[in-house]
Ligand binder design. Structure first.
Ligand code: FMN
Length: 269
């Protein structure tokens, strides 16, 4: 898969044709996810596919921004064991699934929610695992949304700091370290309300990821947003340099990070 191309061509789709996805594509997506790299491979997850039949009605008002559910021919629901980092892991896996779907020319959109139990009850899911992702899948209905490009993103210099918070990295510095490309793709990550909440600090051989927390987004959304950014950054390093491993532990050093940001993990390069 050409991840750079898939990331560059990405956008959320919210208006779908009334056309279901063929079974063979779901099998392909599921086997891809089973065999692909995870953020935290020790956490068990399950992927379930639902069709529109009545899932849309059932989830309306309990999923989507302000309960505004997206109507799509199919939905993916990810269920996960609850362990440290499980939501970040689901963000990483869910976005990987979105890239695979895009490779099969299937469009998608993340759908936020608050209450895993309510979703499980409505969709008749009996499982010890928690719902950690809902993703709409289908084929874009281009009638209203023709050629709409994806939302704007912040420049790399705005989201990458050297040594500590607020010292913006320059493009030249990042190019010298061979990191410009990876950050350029990381900034393309989708995020809740397109808030682009991620900031990276380069500290010698470590890269620290901090994500904004505020009253407009939940802990769930913050953790999914972090997992997606880890995937995008990691995919570029994985395909161009070496196998990157994110650690989701905190790092005990004072980077002068403001109170409304939180360190979500770090990796070594
Ligand atoms: C965790 C998460 C939850 C999201 N929830 C919703 C949602 O409920 N409804 C919606 O229309 N878009 C949702 N989105 C899509 C974002 O609004 C979208 O990714 C962002 O605005 C960037 O636009 P783009 O994906 O087209 O580049 C969500 C995205 C993420 C990452």
């Amino acid at each position: 898969m050409n991840y750079k191309k898939l990331i560059s061509n990405g956008k959320s789709v919210r208006e779908f044709k009334n056309k279901s996805i063929e079974e063979k594509y779901f099998n392909e997506i599921e086997s891809y996810i089973k065999n692909s790299k995870k953020l935290l491979p020790e956490i068990n997850i399950e992927v379930k596919i639902f069709d529109n039949k009545d899932s849309y009605e059932k989830l309306n008002k309990i999923a989507g921004y302000n309960g505004y559910m997206i109507e799509a021919p199919n939905y993916v629901v990810i269920l996960s064991d609850v362990k440290k980092g499980y939501i970040e892991n689901s963000g990483y896996i869910g976005e990987r699934l979105i890239l695979k779907a895009r490779d099969l020319e299937i469009d998608s959109c993340w759908i936020t929610f608050k209450d895993s139990d309510a979703i499980k009850e409505k969709l008749d899911i009996s499982s010890d695992k928690e719902v950690t992702a809902i993703i709409a899948l289908g084929y874009e209905d281009g009638r209203n949304t023709k050629n709409k490009s994806s939302s704007d993103r912040l420049g790399v210099e705005k989201i990458v700091y050297m040594d500590e918070w607020g010292k913006n990295a320059s493009v030249t510095e990042l190019e010298e370290r061979g990191l410009f490309d990876a950050f350029s793709y990381a900034r393309m990550a989708p995020s809740t309300l397109n808030r682009q909440p991620w900031r990276f600090i380069i500290d010698g051989g470590n890269i620290i990821l901090a994500v904004k927390k505020d009253d407009f987004t939940s802990n769930y959304e913050k953790s999914i947003d972090a997992g997606i950014a880890m995937l995008y950054f990691g995919l570029i390093i994985d395909t161009t340099m070496f196998d990157l491993k994110w650690s989701i532990d905190n790092i005990n050093k004072d980077y002068k990070i403001p109170d409304n940001y939180e360190i979500m993990g770090y990796c070594s390069i």
